[in-house]
Design a protein around this ligand. Structure first.
Ligand code: MEV
Length: 422
């Protein structure tokens, strides 16, 4: 009989009973069940309060990248990722940048955009004027929702209205600009959008549907810049290779997607380690890369008059220090402590620097020896583990596979068998 994924009342069960159902459904072994039950530093009760239908936790390796100097301050960067090389690459690039004086960063005020969609309006331009004329009242209604944010100097500061053409006719899109201070802001902004929507509907005679934050946070940008001395990176031809790689990504969306993925390898790892919404930042980054219609590179690398490499990158950075998993997840809290940032702006700037470092390391490897050699030894360790290697066997199996340039599970198993015979 086909198995059904409709499990009545599943969400009401305690995690242990849910896990028992999943064990039967998926045929999990006792070892697999034990692995899920062993939630380590995230207690199951806490996990159960964070999301729905919890049966366990999903551990990821967390490491720390070193060598980062940003605006003269030293940082250790906690990173959670399943991808080998990411943390080592970030540390390596940060060291080269350090030789050129470290990263220099800046950011705008932490302003997020909330969108209110108004449809079925008779005359869009008139509706737009009605909204703009009522700006003071709309902002007041929005700010009444969050006296705490106001007391910290944040809140709804301004608004705008845009008429857009769609396949269902013209729509009025109202943008609420909310200074979120040290919060990521989704809750504050969404609450404000929902609160002002009936008034906007009444003003314009239109119908309001969506009331939600935009992840294309063009008013909340973080910028990182650096200079890498040519001697620190391996000379003139390496600098030149990186500039050619940069120009390639700027001109070609196929390359830009991979180039930007490399940047997000670093940023997403820090976001994950610190319990932030990495999807929001990824969505914002890629949308920002396509803001001028053609999708392009987020970073730019050039040569200065000294022959040194100059890098810069700017991207939306909607991160918070308060609220959500950043505060509730015990490991995220420790990661934030290691990072030692004092404001959401400082956090965003560190993330921009990490992204630029990750990009530098990738371009240096790609324009030189390629990434496979470095990747291979780490990849080989994973393959050795997959084949069943334990302890010292892992390194021995990995080393042999790399030297043979044959990194495959079947080969790892053969090597293991030979090792076990000895
Ligand atoms: C791999 O995870 C990331 C890279 O592909 C990034 C890049 O190509 O720039 C190496």
């Amino acid at each position: 009989m086909a198995k059904s994924s409709v499990i009545s009342g599943f969400y009401k069960l305690p995690p242990k009973e849910r896990l028992a159902i999943i064990r039967d459904f998926a045929g999990l072994t006792e070892d697999e069940v034990r692995l899920l039950e062993n939630t380590g530093s995230l207690p199951i009760d806490l996990a159960d309060h964070m999301v729905e239908n919890v049966i366990g936790v999903f551990p990821e390796p967390m490491g720390v990248a070193g060598n980062f100097q940003i605006n003269g301050k030293d940082y250790l960067i906690p990173m959670a990722t399943e991808e080998p090389s990411v943390i080592a690459a970030a540390s390596y690039a940060a060291k080269m940048v350090r030789d050129g004086g470290g990263f220099h960063t800046s950011s705008t005020a932490p302003v997020m955009i909330g969108q209110i969609q108004v449809v079925k309006i008779k005359d869009a331009e008139t509706a737009k004027k009605q909204v703009l004329d009522a700006k003071v009242d709309i902002l007041k209604k929005a700010n009444d929702q969050d006296p705490v944010l106001n007391s910290f100097g944040g809140g709804a500061k301004d608004l705008d209205a845009r008429v857009i053409e769609t396949s269902l006719g013209e729509m009025l899109i109202v943008h609420l600009y909310v200074d979120c201070r040290d919060a990521m802001g989704a809750n504050a902004v969404n609450t404000m959008c929902e609160a002002v929507a009936p008034f906007i509907s009444q003003l314009t005679g239109g119908q309001v549907y969506l009331r939600i934050i935009s992840n294309l946070a063009v008013k909340r940008l973080a910028k990182a810049q650096c200079i890498v001395p040519k001697e620190a990176i391996g000379g003139q031809s390496v600098v030149e290779g990186i500039v050619y790689a940069s120009v390639f990504a700027a001109a070609d969306p196929y390359r830009a997607a991979t180039h930007n993925k490399g940047i997000m390898n670093g940023i997403a790892a820090v976001l994950l380690a610190t319990g932030n919404d990495h999807r929001a930042i990824e969505a914002g980054a890629h949308a920002y890369a396509a803001l001028n219609k053609a999708y392009t590179s987020l970073s730019n690398w050039t040569i200065n008059s000294n022959g040194d490499l100059v890098g810069e990158m700017e991207l939306p950075m909607a991160v918070g220090l308060i609220g959500g998993a950043v505060k509730t997840h015990p490991i995220a809290r420790i990661a934030m402590k290691i990072l030692g940032v004092k404001s959401a702006n400082e956090f965003g700037e560190v993330l921009a620097a990490v992204g630029l470092a990750q990009n530098l390391a990738a371009l240096r490897a790609l324009s030189g020896e390629g990434i496979q050699r470095g990747h291979m030894s780490l990849h080989a360790r994973n393959i050795a583990i997959t084949a069943g290697a334990k302890g010292e066997q892992i390194e021995a199996v990995a080393e042999l596979m790399v030297s043979e340039r044959l990194v495959r599970v079947d080969r790892a198993k053969e090597i293991l068998e030979e090792l076990n015979k000895k």
